[in-house]
Design a protein around this ligand. Structure first.
Ligand SMILES: [Zn+2]
Length: 236
């Protein structure tokens, strides 16, 4: 399989992974930049769990659909404007994972409390409620993301941005796993965030180098997520 064929396969698989792992159900989408261009592959407007590598759209950073059949997701602007703002980004995941959403609506920050959450220190938040259905709102999400790898979107979800689609997808799964642990710890601590013992910045950096979404160990996470996505039925 050539590089582009592999990329298309990974984009479709990444979409199915975020659905099979409960990060999104009917909504949510993963895209990947076509290397060296200002265009990207993205799934059509249906559940990410139904993504098909032969039915991806190609859209440019100005929101123009260049090829593919079907309607684009209404929030494709998240992807388009992050790619426009960040030439280093090769893949974007946008999902609606419940634990991350819960943290934003508790007004609690994401705290690094285990190895797989270590990449997500000082996560920015995009606070406006509502879907990202315009270029301007896409620009605002990109601005909130800044030079980072993920942005929490209050009452809505998350977006992750990495060089590679596999890392962006593993990151989204790791972040939701971490948010679930955060919620459990907060509940066990009676809602008192000061009782949550978070990693120091140095500890988080060490753990991120060893087990973060861009580390070598993340290959194993992708392999696992892909294998489960192949076995698990639609809807989990
Ligand atoms: Zn959304």
């Amino acid at each position: 399989m050539d590089g582009i064929g592999e990329l298309r396969r990974d984009v479709a698989l990444a979409n199915r992974i975020i659905e099979r792992f409960g990060l999104s159900n009917a909504f949510g989408h993963v895209s990947a930049r076509i290397p060296g261009t200002s265009t990207f592959y993205i799934s059509t407007r249906r559940s990410p769990g139904l993504a098909d590598e032969d039915k991806l759209l190609v859209i440019d950073n100005d929101g123009k659909v260049l090829s593919g059949e079907g309607t684009p997701n209404s929030e494709f602007w998240i992807h388009a404007r992050i790619y426009a703002a960040r030439p280093d980004v090769g893949a974007v995941v946008h999902a609606h994972p419940p634990a991350c959403i819960s943290l934003t609506q508790l007004g609690e920050p994401h705290r690094v409390v285990h190895n797989q959450g270590s990449a997500f220190t000082d996560l920015p938040e995009y606070g406006r409620i509502g879907l990202i259905r315009s270029r301007e709102l896409g620009d605002q999400v990109a601005k909130s993301l800044g030079g980072g790898i993920a942005v929490m979107m209050r009452g809505h979800g998350i977006s992750t941005a990495f060089k590679e689609v596999r890392a962006a997808t593993v990151a989204a799964c790791f972040l939701e796993e971490s948010a679930r642990i955060n919620l459990g710890m907060l509940a066990a601590a009676g809602g008192d965030g000061s009782r949550v013992r978070a990693f120091t910045r140095e500890e988080a950096q060490l753990a991120n180098e060893q087990t973060g979404p861009a580390a070598k160990a993340a290959d194993r996470a992708w392999e696992y997520y892909a294998a489960v996505a192949a076995q698990r039925p639609l809807g989990g």
